[in-house]
Design a protein around this ligand. Structure first.
Ligand code: FMN
Length: 156
């Protein structure tokens, strides 16, 4: 197993910014996944929150990786929180592909509130063969690069 892939979903750019930062630092492969739905505007905000709360798993747009998911040594998954839950696109990805991950899994989760989402993140282990190694729950208001740098220092 070799290499690191950083997989993310982002509606409004916060998670994307962090995924790109991590990708730059680790010289990894970057993969944006999506359900292809434009979720701008209040109506879609509410719909998105509802879908997240209900545990709806959307169909993902097709995507490609340089190699098979099981061949990466590190898989970093970045997601926003929607309605106190990991967003549906990332849960959908994990429910389909999570058990294919043979390397080490890391989660980076962004949110607006100051509370940490450790419980929700730990629950993602249900989708994996092996428990994730570490996670970072980042509040957008308190975001600082030192915190991210110290988190990714151990990803080798
Ligand atoms: C539909 C929806 C629901 C959200 N629910 C929460 C929430 O329950 N708790 C929270 O702290 N932030 C919540 N947020 C804020 C996002 O988690 C936060 O802004 C995140 O960084 C967005 O990432 P993105 O810009 O990559 O899409 C919500 C955002 C959306 C769009």
């Amino acid at each position: 197993m070799k290499g690191t892939i950083c997989i993310y979903y982002s509606r409004s750019g916060n998670t994307e910014e962090i995924a790109k930062y991590v990708n730059n630092k680790l010289n990894s492969e970057l993969l944006c996944i999506s359900d292809g739905i434009n979720r701008e505007g209040t109506k879609m905000y509410l719909k998105s929150g509802y879908e997240s709360m209900k545990g709806i798993l959307p169909k993902l747009k097709s995507f490609g990786m340089h190699k098979k998911l099981e061949d990466y040594r590190n898989v970093i998954i970045c997601s926003p929180i929607w309605a106190w839950n990991i967003c549906p696109v990332i849960r959908s990805f994990l429910s389909t592909y999570g058990k294919k991950i043979k390397g080490k899994t890391y989660f980076i989760i962004t949110h607006d509130s100051k509370s940490k989402y450790d419980k929700k993140i730990n629950k993602l282990d249900e989708y994996l063969l092996n428990k994730h190694i570490a996670h970072l729950s980042i509040c957008n208001r308190n975001k600082n690069n030192e915190e991210i740098d110290s988190f990714i220092k151990n990803i080798k």
